[in-house]
Write a protein that binds this ligand. Structure first.
Ligand SMILES: NC(=O)c1ccc[n+]([C@@H]2O[C@H](COP(=O)([O-])OP(=O)(O)OC[C@H]3O[C@@H](n4cnc5c(N)ncnc54)[C@H](OP(=O)(O)O)[C@@H]3O)[C@@H](O)[C@H]2O)c1
Length: 267
């Protein structure tokens, strides 16, 4: 028996119970449908779990079911901090021909450490990744510890190895991570690019921090980090766990920066 999550709402309980009965029957109905035709039954409007074995399919249908309740109430059950992490050079370039324009191994280690660390050892981070950025990530580093990966794609029909979900837009990933059952596991939603996911998520109200590596050099780039409003995101002076001062690698200098939204300083 799957119990409903706590609902923070002023709606009368009887009304909510009615909704839950409807949702449960919808879910059971969905279960029977998806057992037969799951590969095409997600409707293209919610995240497709990577595995399609019976039993797990039911969890998938429950996710769809919870997305439905959130759409009706207009609020998420369990909001999560959303954080962007990026390295950009002087012209705000972040990529060239599908790859990083620079080779900065220590900067890359910092990036990996951030996205895989959790303060609660029982939790994981939800990784939001554009398809192209994921495709150029070294497969030898996968699976990433403490993470659940959700890829943004409207074209992929099955999940690549090590990817748990494929979602058609950023909002579906936010719903996925902030709605049971997955929200119980998730600590932070990390946005790893590319350009469009960064652009969309920096405007999301749950986006409280941008982890920005400022590369003090010029590189030819064809992909760029969007301009962000420094009146909204303020540069933190000294941030716990972030190496301070100018770093240098392969004759390139750079600095780890954190921008907090309107003075919020995260956890
Ligand atoms: N310096 C850094 O920190 C950093 C970080 C990330 C990436 N990069 C670089 O940036 C480049 C890749 O970024 P990119 O902007 O070209 O591509 P991307 O965002 O990684 O991938 C683009 C693809 O992802 C899917 N997608 C992206 N946003 C979506 C959205 N809002 N809704 C639905 N689907 C979405 C689409 O896939 P479908 O076509 O399958 O629908 C789209 O074609 C590479 O050069 C990479 O190395 C650098």
């Amino acid at each position: 028996m799957i119990l409903p999550p706590p609902v923070n709402s002023s709606l009368p309980q009887t009304f909510l119970c009615g909704i839950w009965k409807r949702l449960l029957s919808h879910s059971l109905r969905e279960y029977h449908v998806t057992r037969r035709t799951y590969s095409s039954s997600s409707g293209g409007h919610s995240c497709l779990p990577s595995t399609r074995k019976q039993g797990e399919v039911f969890i998938g249908s429950i996710v769809v079911c919870h997305l439905f309740i959130m759409n009706e109430s207009g609020e998420a059950n369990d909001p999560k901090p959303v954080r962007l992490i990026v390295a950009a050079c002087r012209n705000m370039g972040i990529g060239l021909k599908g790859n990083l324009p620079w080779n900065l191994p220590n900067e890359f280690k910092y990036f990996l450490a951030k996205i895989t660390s959790v303060s609660d050892p029982g939790k994981k981070n939800l990784i939001m990744w554009g398809r192209k950025s994921f495709e150029t990530f070294p497969e030898s580093l996968l699976p990433l510890p403490n993470t659940v990966i959700a890829l943004l794609s409207k074209t992929l029909r099955s999940a690549p190895k090590y990817v748990q979900y494929i979602c058609p837009d950023v909002h579906e990933i936010i719903k996925l991570g902030s709605t049971p059952p997955l929200s119980k596991e998730i600590e932070t939603i990390w946005v790893l690019g590319g350009a469009k996911p960064y652009m969309e998520m920096m405007h999301h109200p749950w986006c409280d921090q941008i982890f920005f590596t400022k590369i003090m050099a010029d590189f030819e780039c064809d992909t760029f980090f969007p301009v962000f409003d420094k009146d909204i995101f303020n540069l933190a002076e000294g941030f716990p766990g972030i190496p301070s001062g100018i770093q240098e690698e392969n004759d390139i200098t750079y600095e780890f920066q954190v921008y907090n939204r309107n003075g919020r300083n995260g956890k």
